[in-house]
Design a protein around this ligand. Sequence first.
Ligand code: HEC
Length: 275
Amino acid sequence: MKRNLTYIVAGLLLGTSIVAQAGPAEDRSALIDYYKQILPDIKFENYIYGALAMNPDAKSQYDDFMAFPSYSIDLDKGQKAWETPFKNGKKFSSCFPNGGKNVAGNYPYFDNASNRVVTFENAINACLKANGEEELKYGESEMGLLTAYARSLSDGMKVNVKVKGKGALAAYEKGKTYYATRNGQLNFACSTCHIDNAGKFIRSDQLSMMIGQASHWPEFRGGTDIVTLQGRFKQCEKNVRATPKKADSEEYNNLEYYLTYMSNGLPMQTPVFRK
Ligand code: HEC
């Protein structure tokens, strides 16, 4: 009898420690299971369409728009910026493996040497710096257009963010905590809308699930306004009357790391149109 009790207590303790050790892969599969339950009609591969995946009319308008996107002229500017040589004659393509093709899905990654998350925008700026050029302001339209083109070189690549090692896990956990922390006058967490209430309407907007949200940035809203992923974080925070963090802040980079990890396995497509 006594032995049995010890066994049960040990089992309970073991159970707790398993929960405490649940890592990114477990987080992701638990979320996928959850979304399958609350939104059984949406196929996993359609998560990249976010709220459009819940509304066939909106999705068909989107498909029409994407056949002849009005942002293609802007994208040409991004291409020019990517292809124009630096003063030293080198180009952006020299900073990335494979000339920059099929690489963007590996970002953000955790850099152990600098003990921080490195976003694709950070890598673009590191490239400029290494070549004696001035860095671009993160999130401004110049960076937006450049990364819209640079990321389009990875269209079709599956998001492939890795969380390995202590530092990486700590950054991931910070992003995850941020995501679940209530904030702002309206006291909403990101998770309140995009996990708890995914699929429901808030005013005229249907709420997308967070898996699939990170695979297609920047977006052109209304067809012409360019919005980066961290720019979208700011908008969501303003909507709940919270004070947004700065683009490229440690908080937003960790948040982007966590959010993008959750889109692992889904194909990249850049840029895309949203209303
Ligand atoms: C009050 C509800 C609400 C909260 C809280 C909220 N969002 Fe949103 N979010 C929206 C709405 C509405 C949209 C536009 C419709 C959609 O795509 O879900 C949106 C869109 C997004 C998108 C773009 C999806 C796409 O494919 O275009 C991302 C990314 C996003 N939110 C991330 C976040 C993050 C990160 C937080 C926390 C910092 C957050 N949101 C908090 C309501 C919210």
